[in-house]
Design a protein. Structure first.
Length: 173
């Protein structure tokens, strides 16, 4: 019995299979490189967005107003209006025929330009923090130059008895 093997006949098939394996390996490497580049681009863009959010919180809050809560929760409050309240106090007063709630404080312009001062919004809340009454009042201030402060005062006749907390803010324009 003789065993014959024609190497020449099988040689091209092995080369062809090897070339196909090499092409598949090259394709796999190219796919992996593409995925790594895409992941690197994603990480770079994410880092750039985080840097921008940290450096320009005012711009972020203008675009996404709900982000103001996120900034405030991490100790970076964002004030887009440029006006800040200081030394706000509320007290009950008896005068004439009834009782009044008087809310007083200072309004400071923290911006670098003069601001027109809008009306004030005063909210009364119960112990649980649920609003029970709100009203708007004139601040009595037309415009406030940069860095200046001005006093404000708002009064409410016959305030609700369940009111325990007072919040003062600028009324929406």
């Amino acid at each position: 019995m003789s065993l014959t093997y024609d190497a020449w006949e099988h040689y091209p098939a092995r080369l062809k299979a090897k070339d196909e394996n090499c092409a598949a390996a090259r394709q796999l490497r190219a796919t992996r490189r593409g995925k790594l580049r895409l992941a690197g681009l994603g990480v770079g863009l994410g880092a750039l967005l985080l840097l921008g959010a940290w450096a320009k919180p005012g711009m972020v809050v203008r675009l996404l107003p709900r982000m103001a809560e996120v900034y405030a929760s991490i100790g970076l409050p964002v004030n887009l209006r440029g006006l800040a309240f200081e030394h706000v106090a509320a007290r009950y007063e008896e005068a004439g025929k009834g009782s009044f709630l008087t809310v007083e404080g200072l309004l400071r312009n923290i911006a670098s330009e003069e601001h027109d001062v809008p009306r004030l919004r005063v909210v009364l809340a119960d112990k649980a923090g649920r609003p029970v009454y709100s009203w708007t009042a004139s601040s009595g201030i037309k415009a406030l130059p940069p860095g200046e402060t001005a006093p404000f005062r708002a009064r409410l006749a016959a305030p609700p008895a369940e009111a325990q907390k007072v919040t003062v803010d600028l009324a929406p324009e």
